[in-house]
Design a protein around this ligand. Sequence first.
Ligand code: FAD
Length: 389
Amino acid sequence: MPGVPALQLLDTDSLLSDEEREIRDVARRIADEKVRPYVADWYERGTLPARQLAKEFGAVGLLGMHLTGYGCAGASAVAYGVTCMELEAADSGVRSLVSVQGSLAMYAIWRYGSEEQKRRWLPPMASGDVIGCFGLTEPDHGSDPASMTTRAIRDGDGWVLRGTKMWITNAPVADVAVIWARADEGVVGFAVPLDTPGVTVNEIQRKLSLRASLTGEIVLDDVRLPESARLPEARGLRAPLSCLTEARFGIVWGALGAARDCLETAIAYACEREQFGKPIAAFQLTQAKLATMAVELNKGFLLAMHLARAADAGTLRPEMVSVGKLNNVREALAIARECRTILGANGISGEYPVMRHAANLESVLTYEGTSEIHTLVIGQALTGISAFS
Ligand code: FAD
């Protein structure tokens, strides 16, 4: 870099412990070696070698890393956060693979599963030998999962699942899905092996965002499951919502990674690219853009750090995560768009990562609670009044 790295403007490294810096460096190295050289090509082809990557990430302990026991690393929330940041600096789709595996599928089993389910699923998921996904969204019910129509019907000693889940990350390659369904007693969850008769997975094609991520529809056509597949501790919608809080925390950090990569690319480009006889970085208008973006990036880091320390102290509340997700994704998207202008025509080229990050962040803005839904969460926290319906 020609000057101080964008995220070091406030010496943010000094906020990390030696161990957190070491974990960050492992994640950065694996992203640099295993993702960055190839991701533009995967993105163009609309694919991801998810199995191969899961094993690489599992081998260095990045899957379910903030969970304890069952082969999980038991790392701090800060360490998990900086890992998400490094992975998303390479691509949001790669961070999504890890978030869904660790924070949605593994967390759901770890928090709500039986001892037998934890022993069966968590060690091979931590190593990357088994890939998981998380089915909450349906074709007609996204922001309002309470209205879900997937049904779980008691059938003798077991259950029958009927319904369709949509937009499910990792589904086309997953071995197990955590599926949420409505039963007579309320919302219940299941760990569903995807080779169970009656399950069909269809890959969603033609995405223009998050192309280096596998997304699918899961059709459940009278899928018979034993009682042992039900997550016994999950009672009501609070269970899947608590999983989403886990994953949103990773997004608060991940979005910073995408923004940092855009800004570093734009700074390097602006220092090299000459117009009117001097580098475009020498124009005050360009410097104003760079300075404004660097300020937002560093503020976003401080916010993420505050949330992570609160998570490690056990004081993190869901509305605090909403503040982080709303702000950091919104600012990351603004940074990606502004960086694109600095690269001029090259800004739209796949030779540079900026347009890819910008397109990815459109999905990140929508999934795990849209910006509107997080605004309503914050509004409710401030007023005590729910404006959701
Ligand atoms: P809708 O809920 O239909 O919302 C459409 C618009 O209306 C949005 O702008 C929304 O904010 C607004 N809106 C809705 N209600 C209100 C309200 N009360 N007040 C104001 N505005 C409102 N889901 C999973 O379960 N698992 C996954 O792994 C997963 N992965 C995904 C991967 C990708 C790439 C994408 C794009 C989505 C994924 N999702 C996943 C789904 C995602 O969580 C939903 O798309 C999201 O919750 C929004 O739902 P929706 O798309 O149905 O939009």
